[in-house]
Structure formats: C-alpha cells, structure tokens
Design a protein. Structure first.
Length: 92
C-alpha cells in the first residue's frame, strides 16, 4: 500500500476532503519520522506495533568479492515489533 492509497482510504472512511486527508496522513508520518530521527525513543501505535531505533556497533566484515577485511561503521537501524493484535489479525 502506498501513501496515496492511505490518503484515499482516509478520504473514503472519514469523509474529509482529499487535500485535508493528505495533510493528516503527511502530518502523522512527519511526527513519526521526527521522533525516530532523534533516535531517543520508541513510537508505539496501539493495536499496530512499536517502532524502535537501535544502535549497532562498528564491526569487522569481509568484502565478498575480494575477501579483504573491512570495518563496518556504527549505525542506527529501525526495528518494528508488531503488537499481539496485529499478529492475531495476520494469523486468522
């Protein structure tokens, strides 16, 4: 599902004008993006799941083409853990 499809569903279900529906969806994604980009917390969406930013340490790796060892730098990764409600809905 794309963002445009989400906007369309909001438009159909809530009845707001399409422009307003777009702004609502865009604002929600902006809020989530801002919170996660700070890298400090978790975004919890009840009945859906948790988005968490985790720190990965730098580590040694290997170039698969040459076999040479390389240093993989530290980085942040986004993880998602679905709620039990979402898991149950998927497994019905």
């Amino acid at each position: 599902m794309t963002k445009a499809e989400i906007v369309e569903k909001v438009y159909e279900r809530v009845g707001f004008p399409k422009r307003e529906s777009y702004e609502i969806v865009e604002s929600a994604f902006d809020l989530i993006r801002e919170e996660l980009s700070r890298g400090e917390g978790t975004v919890k969406v009840a009945g859906f799941g948790n988005f968490t930013v985790k720190e990965k340490k730098s580590r040694r790796g290997r170039n698969p083409q040459t076999g040479a060892e390389i240093e993989i730098p530290a980085r942040k990764v986004l993880t998602f853990k679905p709620s039990n409600v979402l898991r149950d809905a998927l497994n019905k």
